[in-house]
Ligand binder design. Structure first.
Ligand code: GTP
Ligand code: MG
Length: 186
């Protein structure tokens, strides 16, 4: 006789940071190298079991392109949780993430649970683990946002923080499971 808690969750972040890819990994355990940009928003659901509680995530995956930005409030209104996503190789996407965190704190539900996700960790993984010169002639494949910058923003703003990879699946389930643990009992 277990209860299922429905949780409205929204993804926000600059275009091409990997919002839809994180959702595809979470919902279908799949990845597409050439995922098409989202138009408007996409809606998906996925259940997540945490101990003896089951959460049904109702996921609004928004479009990051500028022209869709004015639609965002429709999707974060009443959301209980948000994933604010940036790309660890794109500093501009981290600036955008700060903007979304500020907007959520001003406009969204007071008790919204926000997870900050530094995505595309797979690209910088070898750079982090050894001083490998693998990507030395390709600046677009280098880390541009440090773990510390992400962690500091999260600490200052009261966010959960993860570096993730939709490509390898690194930390993707952990994001949703950790959010689930923070959802108050219905
Ligand atoms: P919009 O819908 O336009 O806002 O973009 P989005 O944030 O949904 O990005 P999307 O998931 O469409 O991914 C953009 C591109 O990045 C695609 O080519 C993905 O395959 C790629 N990508 C997404 N996540 C990752 C990742 O973790 N690692 C790598 N290497 N590539 C990724
Ligand atoms: Mg998308």
């Amino acid at each position: 006789n277990k209860q299922i808690t429905a949780v409205k969750l929204v993804l926000l972040g600059e275009a091409a940071v990997g919002k839809s890819s994180l959702v595809l990994r979470f919902v279908s355990n799949d990845f597409q190298e050439n995922k098409e940009p989202t138009i408007g928003a996409a809606f998906l659901t996925q259940r997540c079991t945490i101990g003896d509680k089951t959460i049904k995530y109702e996921i609004w995956d928004t479009a990051g392109q500028e022209r869709f930005q004015s639609l965002a409030p429709m999707y974060y209104r009443n959301a209980q949780a948000a994933l604010v996503v940036y790309d660890v190789t794109k500093p501009k996407s981290f600036i955008k993430a700060r903007h979304w965190v500020n907007e959520l704190h001003e406009q969204a539900s007071k008790n919204i649970i926000i997870a900050l996700c530094g995505n595309k960790y797979d690209i910088v993984e070898s750079e982090d683990n050894d001083a490998s010169t693998e990507n030395e002639d390709d600046d677009s494949r280098k880390r541009k946002v440090s773990v510390q910058e992400g962690q500091t923003l999260a600490d200052d703003e009261g966010l959960l923080f993860f570096e993730t990879s939709a490509k390898t699946g690194f930390n993707v389930n952990e994001v949703f499971t950790t959010i689930g643990k923070h959802i108050p009992e219905a």
